[in-house]
Write a protein that binds this ligand. Structure first.
Ligand SMILES: Nc1ncnc2c1ncn2[C@@H]1O[C@H](COP(=O)(O)OP(=O)(O)OP(=O)(O)O)[C@@H](O)[C@H]1O
Ligand SMILES: [Mg+2]
Length: 204
């Protein structure tokens, strides 16, 4: 660990140490540009640190929800994206999961590339939750959601049995997460969660 990452002259992360235990719930807070997405990309293996390394525990199955949805295949349909992410689901289960995430009728046959931001968010979350991952990295998963969709996504977060590392500016998402620990960027201070951090969420 002790992750460091710079883009050109600018050091975004400097010696970030973090352990994600089984079932852990961690929230990452910081202002725009503080390095939250960069940290999740490093943890997801989508970016290489300049120093330090990410040690993956035995049996780790990581699921990454990217802020810009680059994890969906835009050419494949909604149904195909979910089925590819969660191959153990039967056709009926795929239909049921899509229904639970508010995809109705013809929506399932649309290519993911044409979906709205909120629809992409729902599809990406549905895919992750059923992917068999045991650690989810969620980068602002409630952005772009209307109230009904947000409720579904927050319910999925609340009942997810594995570990979650979440970046959010949304107090409702925080309540669904029930974090045990907080990581503040860019200082990379880690602490047990306490109510006094709550006011930072909407600010950050
Ligand atoms: N590929 C890149 N090349 C150059 N600079 C980058 C790159 N990726 C990120 N940055 C810069 O690194 C800094 C941290 O970006 P990052 O996306 O991690 O911020 P963030 O905390 O997720 O912000 P937000 O709250 O807006 O999502 C920003 O200043 C950004 O411009
Ligand atoms: Mg970000």
């Amino acid at each position: 660990m002790s992750l460091t990452k710079a883009y050109g002259e600018r050091t975004v992360l400097d010696g970030v140490d973090l352990a994600v235990d089984r079932g852990a719930r961690l929230v990452v807070l910081g202002l725009n540009g503080a390095g939250k997405t960069t940290l999740l990309r490093l943890l997801a293996g989508q970016e290489v640190p300049d120093a330090g390394r990410v040690v993956r525990g035995h049996g780790l199955r990581l699921g990454y929800f990217a802020q810009e949805h680059e994890t969906l295949d835009p050419e494949r349909t909604v149904r195909e994206n979910l089925a590819a992410a969660a191959p153990q689901l039967t056709d009926g289960e795929v239909r049921a999961v899509l229904g639970a995430f508010l995809f109705r009728g013809d929506d399932a046959d649309k290519p993911a590339g044409v979906l709205s931001g909120g629809e992409k968010t729902r599809l990406a979350l549905a895919s992750l939750v059923h992917s068999g991952a045991n650690v989810l990295l969620l980068d602002e998963p409630t952005n772009n959601l209307d109230p009904a969709s947000r409720d579904e996504v927050l319910a999925a977060v609340g009942t997810y049995p594995g570990a979650i590392v979440m970046v959010t500016h949304d107090e409702g998402a925080l309540d669904a997460l029930r974090p045990e620990r907080v990581l503040l960027l860019p200082d990379a201070d880690e602490d047990l969660w306490s109510a006094e951090y709550r006011e930072l969420v909407a600010l950050a």
